[in-house]
Design a protein. Sequence first.
Length: 94
Amino acid sequence: MRTVIIITVGIFVASLLLALLRKRPGAPNTAIVAFTLTWLAFCGWNFSVGVSHGYSFAEEIPFFLANFAVPVIFMWLVRHRFGCLLYTSDAADE
């Protein structure tokens, strides 16, 4: 259940970042890099908590990979699939 919650929170935060920064040129790319590094740090911390509570490295690594990869891949796919919709130029309004 914890894995589902972490993945859901990751997807929510990624979506929120893309939505907030969608009208600023270059900002979605910066948001992707910042989110990826921050999410990696968070998932590393979560991994260390699992290992410190008695789970082995081999038991925790699949959960670490799922917790990290699913939100990051989601953010990259949304950005690259709908990239033209994320940035709306004000020059087109003139």
